[in-house]
Design a protein around this ligand. Structure first.
Ligand code: M6R
Length: 364
């Protein structure tokens, strides 16, 4: 049942304010000033570092989580895609902890990576949507996503669920490590509590995204740029676009532009810049101007202040709601999903079942 939507993906994008609220309700105290997490029993203060492993979109959730663990909890975090991690058999810290992130809980490489970490005496956590899955069964600690069944091959509401579970866990680690006091924890928790409404606001701007998407649908190549957690969202946006539209798309850290990718920029290449107002936005906007100086067609996704700061000459602006930088990665999932979705609709591709892809990759 697509709930009145044309595709499961559209339904699942629109479910996010509700699924995110369901997740927040589980990961936040009734007084909305502390996080609650099944991971509270871990010795976060004693950890040397945390390892996060996944595939595809779930890996980009790990990339955002690395940012949160390192900047908020001051806990070093290593991330890897499961197919690389499992065969590298990396040395892991004694009494370390490893987090496996997955919608299905059945992805073959991620499950094999989990088993490797188990063999190395790591405490195993999994942020997983299917609570009866292999990963949930084999983990010491399950961080559920509360997203409900996800049918579309493109992961949407599971991704925002992963981000919420991981954000709450990073706040928990920050408290345990003394990296935040009660007031700062309450501030972060209140930012997290604002995420569902901010997602609803971002999704309500769908018509703007659809207009830009119709133009992007005609491109041969598309670049996505962002810094910090927005680099992860740039990677996620590019993955979504390529899997749904078969347009060649790449995500880059905005600061890497001059080290090669800027050679790709010409007047035919849309460059999607993710720059919510925050400590890195000025740097990203300056990279954006470098693209514009090479006649790149920039589509800027930012809040009202960021769009105002961008100045003249930006090809298209997609305004997103203003959000605390801590939750911007959750909020900006919506515009990148909507861009890919509407570009696919414009091209007439099979949105829910793109060619060559399976919902769950249970063979390596
Ligand atoms: O079920 P999982 O989350 O472990 O799946 C991981 C990837 O296969 C998945 O995220 C894939 O990249 C999606 N098609 C992305 O939209």
């Amino acid at each position: 049942d697509k709930g009145g939507h044309r595709h499961f993906m559209a339904k699942e994008i629109h479910e996010q304010p509700a699924t995110a609220a369901a997740a927040v309700a589980q990961y936040v105290s009734p007084g909305r000033d502390r996080v609650l997490s099944p991971a509270a029993s871990l010795d976060w203060a004693g950890l040397e570092r945390v390892t996060l492993v996944a595939c595809g979109t779930a890996f980009y959730a790990c990339q955002v989580a690395k940012w949160w663990f390192e900047t908020v909890a001051r806990l070093p975090a290593e991330i890897d895609v499961a197919s690389e991690f499992r065969y590298r058999e990396p040395p892991l810290p004694a009494r370390g902890a490893a987090v496996f992130v997955s919608q299905s809980g059945e992805t073959a490489d991620t499950l094999a990576a989990l088993r490797y970490a188990r063999s190395q005496n790591q405490t195993i956590l999994t942020a997983v949507n299917v609570e009866t899955s292999s990963m949930a069964r084999e983990a010491d600690v399950v961080l559920p996503l509360y997203a409900g069944p996800e049918i579309g091959v493109a992961s949407t509401k599971a991704f925002t669920g992963q981000l919420i579970a991981l954000a709450a866990t990073a706040i928990l680690a920050a408290r345990a490590r003394g990296a935040v006091d009660a007031a700062e924890e309450a501030r972060l928790v209140s930012a997290l509590c604002a995420a569902p409404a901010a997602l609803a606001d971002a999704i309500s701007r769908e018509a703007d995204a659809a207009r830009v998407a119709a133009e992007i649908a005609r491109a041969r190549d598309v670049l996505y740029l962002g810094r910090g957690p927005m680099h992860a969202l740039a990677m996620e946006g590019a993955l979504k676009l390529k899997e749904l539209t078969y347009i060649h798309a790449e995500g880059y850290p905005a600061g890497e532009l001059k080290h090669g990718p800027i050679a790709l920029v010409d007047e035919r290449t849309p460059v999607i810049v993710l720059a919510p107002t925050g400590p890195l936005s000025e740097k990203t906007l300056s990279n954006m101007h470098e693209v514009m100086a090479r006649k790149g067609r920039v589509a800027l996704i930012s809040d009202a202040a960021g769009c105002a700061a961008a100045g003249e000459g930006v090809w298209r602006m997609l305004e997103a709601p203003a959000a605390d930088p801590f939750i911007a990665p959750i909020v900006y999932a919506a515009p990148v999903q909507l861009l890919a979705y509407h570009a696919a609709v414009a091209r007439g591709t099979d949105v829910d079942q793109p060619r060559n892809l399976a919902k769950s990759v249970t063979v390596e």
